[in-house]
Write a protein that binds this ligand. Structure first.
Ligand code: SAH
Length: 353
């Protein structure tokens, strides 16, 4: 499929005014751009199905443009809780994955931001598979639209916690967040979006000044530099002091609470002493700690902390007045944890680059 597609522009990569311009240049009146937009953002990515457009226009659109270029290559639906996991194939044959979770407040999609990842966290299913490329804005948008189309329903919440480091693809991610917030696209409130970073300090400070009230999660996963450097290479670049200083600056500028993600790994970072060290650093700051019993990944030698140790860890943080929750596991029967389906797929097939 490659050659033809590569010459076409991805319509989802274009800002609304760019699209309006492009259609005008093709000789269409401006209301046609609005119609096309309406179709796309209701989840219809197939020009031939846009039934209120003249037939010749539909043909013209499919000659000129692609729409995301994504294909659902595999889909697993959890029998336990309805969580859906999608393996999506991009136009160049690369694959990413996305997860759809159903909560009492509606659907939430967990999106990938890159094909692979540079960050190399020791416990992560994507790290050893390496980095291939950033996702484009069009591909980010197409992830949401493909899932919406599949479920025939609206998605109200987005979390950028799939494969990749969002702040390593910063500009596209910011454009994406602004795009799906628009009233004439998906109208998703910024407050219902969350970006998760492993702790790229300058980008946290830049994000604080974006002026969009998107939630920020920071993956901490350790109480001190020594342990953090063992599991997260990014910690060698910025110390925990530097990271927490940037996080506090973020809360000062935005008045928004930060969520610290902390995956509990047995005998690595999950003792009451570790909890005390962490609590001393976080107490009194505007934050929330999300404890996640680490997901075991085939081929990686880590064990999940027991329920008892998780509870004991939580109690210590609570004693310091820190808001803390333990993340509920969804989709445990379908490898819903980050990157596992892609990892298993890639390990079975020759790697596509
Ligand atoms: N790169 C970003 C976002 C993607 S990862 C980040 O690091 O935040 C989303 C979250 O899943 C991060 O908190 C990450 O550390 C965590 N994670 C990765 N592998 C995990 C595993 N095996 N078990 C539990 N959490 C994991």
């Amino acid at each position: 499929m490659g050659d033809m597609m590569d010459k076409k522009r991805d319509i989802l990569d274009m800002e609304p005014d760019e699209l309006a311009e492009a259609l005008k240049a093709l000789g269409y009146p401006s209301f046609r751009a609005k119609q096309v937009y309406k179709w796309l953002y209701s989840g219809c990515l197939d020009f031939s199905s846009m039934t209120n457009l003249p037939k010749d226009m539909r043909v013209k659109l499919s000659e000129e443009f692609t729409a995301g270029g994504l294909r659902i290559a595999n889909k697993l639906v959890s029998k336990v809780d309805g969580t859906r996991k999608y393996l999506l194939e991009l136009h160049d044959g690369n694959i990413i994955e996305s997860v759809l979770m159903k909560y009492h407040y509606g659907y939430s999609a967990c999106l990938s931001t890159q094909v692979g990842c540079h960050m190399g966290c020791a416990f992560c299913a994507s790290a050893s598979l390496g980095f291939v490329r950033n996702l484009t804005v069009g591909e980010l948008v197409a992830q949401v639209l493909s899932i919406m189309n599949d479920i025939g329903d609206r998605i109200g919440h987005l979390v950028l916690m799939g494969i990749g480091e969002p702040f390593d693809n910063y500009d596209n991610v910011m454009r994406f967040l602004r795009r799906v917030n628009r009233e004439d696209t998906l109208n998703i409130s910024y407050r219902k979006m969350t970006v998760s970073t492993c702790g790229i300090v300058p980008k946290i400070l830049e994000f604080a000044r974006e002026g969009i009230p998107v939630n920020l999660s920071v993956s901490l996963h350790a109480p001190d530099d020594e342990i953090r450097r063992r599991t997260m290479p990014v910690a060698r670049r910025w110390s925990m002091d530097e990271l927490l200083k940037a996080c506090n600056e973020y809360t000062r500028i935005t008045s928004r609470r930060i969520t610290y993600e902390y995956s509990l790994i047995e005998d690595v970072n999950d003792s009451p002493e570790h909890a005390r060290t962490l609590a001393e650093k976080l107490k009194g700051t505007l934050c929330h700690v999300n404890l996640i019993p680490v997901n075991t990944v085939e081929g990686i030698d880590f064990s999940k902390s027991s329920r008892e140790r998780t509870e004991a860890f939580k109690k210590v943080l609570e004693k310091y007045g820190i808001a803390v929750t333990v993340r509920r596991e969804l989709g445990s029967d379908i490898m819903a944890a980050c990157g596992q389906l892609r990892r298993n797929t890639l390990m079975m097939e020759p790697k596509k680059v």
